[in-house]
Design a protein around this ligand. Structure first.
Ligand SMILES: Cc1cc2nc3c(=O)[nH]c(=O)nc-3n(C[C@H](O)[C@H](O)[C@H](O)COP(=O)(O)OP(=O)(O)OC[C@H]3O[C@@H](n4cnc5c(N)ncnc54)[C@H](O)[C@@H]3O)c2cc1C
Length: 438
């Protein structure tokens, strides 16, 4: 009987591994991190997630899946094990009839003049440093973007000793009208959000709606930012700009699902997420997806999807099980919540006006907006051509940060087609080839 392979040990992957093992399936759980928990349970100490101790679960930490290939009746999963970017990492493969992709999401950021200065962080990075290591990204920080995630980030910064100058939500208070799609889900979150609000109010941290950081200034790092009021379409309200002195900025405009493995497995993707049926099956037989890869809704729904995917994957390898109804209900409620969240915190197109001709758009390759315009003027059509002509997205992050931005600025559909999902040294790739030839 084939093992269930679960990629990602965040709330979704952990729940999938546990569900599959609980009905007798043997499970291999892999994550590129050193510990389980994913982005949500990154804390050390008591609040950290526990490694699943189950005789049927094999846990492989510090292991990245760099490719998924389809083969007769299943999939070949290619792994690399060892500390990030260290020499001597080992390459291996595992074949499976039931693959659960639970690779989560990463921060979405938007560019503006000066966003490439040291001291500008994604909100997720600031949160990871604060929660994982108790480190603050700065002494006086502005937190900006859109979405409820900004509030826990501000709280974590305060908890590790940072002075949070202000929190800027780009959507106006009227944006919360989007919650009418799921009033019950919204009600469930009111207490948590109110808790953050009270804590920030006690520390005299202002939370402003309809405002954003539209420029960062400094010689060798951020020394100040320009904050402006925005209209409903996120265009700057003329005359509303003011300069705030800070030594760090944290920005988050929601999340982008991490789709590389799902794309290379051939799964159907719609609106930036893997399409799944009620049993978390993707369009490809034997491949399941759970958590933020299927849509952004938070840790609770991600775990519920993981449970359903785990049972479905176990059924695929011969364990007949009925999926618990409460997990299915939680998944349905999570999808509703995710739709309401997206409606309440949209990213409006006016941000494109924050970008000037010499704003860096791709930070790895230092490609500016003027370079993108030149590429389009030369007739570059499609993401591949724009990349090749301008070099945007060809650097270390392989377009994870700038790909979506470049797509929106040039009107080109954005895809996460990266056959090698994580950075792999050429020497290690060559070793795989040699092994397969022998
Ligand atoms: C940076 C960041 C910080 C966040 N902080 C908070 C927070 O403080 N509070 C909160 O409520 N929500 C937070 N969120 C949102 C929250 O993390 C999600 O709602 C929840 O974790 C989603 O669970 P998941 O299992 O789908 O994905 P994740 O928790 O993201 O887990 C995905 C896992 O997959 C692994 N992975 C990805 N690709 C590969 C690969 N190729 N090979 C091997 N492993 C791989 C990753 O290392 C990760 O551990 C954060 C999100 C991000 C991106």
């Amino acid at each position: 009987m084939s093992r269930v392979v679960v990629v990602g040990a965040g709330p979704a992957g952990l729940a999938a591994a546990w569900a599959a093992a609980s009905v007798g399936a043997s499970v291999l759980l892999v994550d590129s991190g050193v510990a389980v928990g994913g982005q949500y349970r990154r804390q050390s100490g008591l609040r950290a997630a526990r490694t699943p101790v189950h005789p049927l679960i094999e846990w492989l930490p510090e292991t990245s899946v760099w490719a998924v290939e389809s083969m007769a009746g299943g999939h070949r999963v290619r792994l690399q094990t060892g500390a990030a970017d260290s020499p001597g990492r080992t390459m291996s493969t595992v074949d499976t009839d039931a693959l659960v992709i639970a690779t989560g999401a990463y921060d979405r950021v938007l560019p503006f003049p000066g966003w490439d200065l040291p001291g500008v962080y994604t909100a997720g990075a600031a949160q990871a440093l604060a929660k994982g290591q108790g480190v603050s990204v700065g002494r006086r920080v502005v937190v900006g973007g859109t979405g409820p995630f900004l509030l826990p980030v501000a709280r974590s910064l305060v908890e590790v000793g940072a002075g949070v100058a202000e929190v800027l939500e780009a959507n106006g208070i009227g944006g919360s009208w989007g919650w009418r799609r799921d009033p019950l889900g919204a009600l469930g979150k009111v207490g948590e959000l109110a808790g953050y609000g009270v804590m920030l109010a006690r520390r005299r941290v202002p939370v402003r709606f309809g405002a954003a950081v539209v420029a960062a200034h400094g010689e060798s790092r951020v020394e100040a930012v320009t904050v402006a009021r925005l209209d409903a379409g996120w265009r700057v309200v003329a005359g509303s700009e003011r300069v705030v002195e800070v030594d760090a900025v944290c920005l988050g405009f929601g999340f982008t699902a991490q789709l590389e493995l799902a794309v290379s497995a051939g799964c159907r993707i719609e609106d930036g997420a893997v399409v799944v049926d009620p049993a978390q099956r993707t369009s490809v037989a034997g491949v399941f997806a759970a958590g933020e890869v299927t849509g952004i809704a938070g840790a609770g729904p991600a775990a519920a999807e993981g449970t359903v995917a785990g049972y479905a994957a176990a059924a695929r390898v011969g364990r007949t099980v009925a999926v618990p109804r409460d997990a299915v209900r939680t998944v349905r409620a999570g999808r509703r919540f995710g739709r309401a969240l997206a409606a309440a915190y949209p990213v409006r197109s006016g941000w494109r006006d924050w970008v000037s001709a010499d704003t860096v758009v791709c930070r790895c390759e230092e490609v500016r907006m003027s370079d993108l315009c030149a590429a389009v003027a030369q007739g570059a059509l499609g993401m591949r051509a724009v990349k090749l002509v301008s070099r945007a997205g060809l650097g270390l992050c392989q377009g994870r940060i700038c790909g979506r931005i470049v797509g929106e600025l040039t009107g080109t559909p954005f895809t996460q087609n990266r056959p090698i999902a994580v950075p792999v040294r050429l020497r290690d790739l060559a070793a795989v080839e040699d092994e397969e030839e022998n």
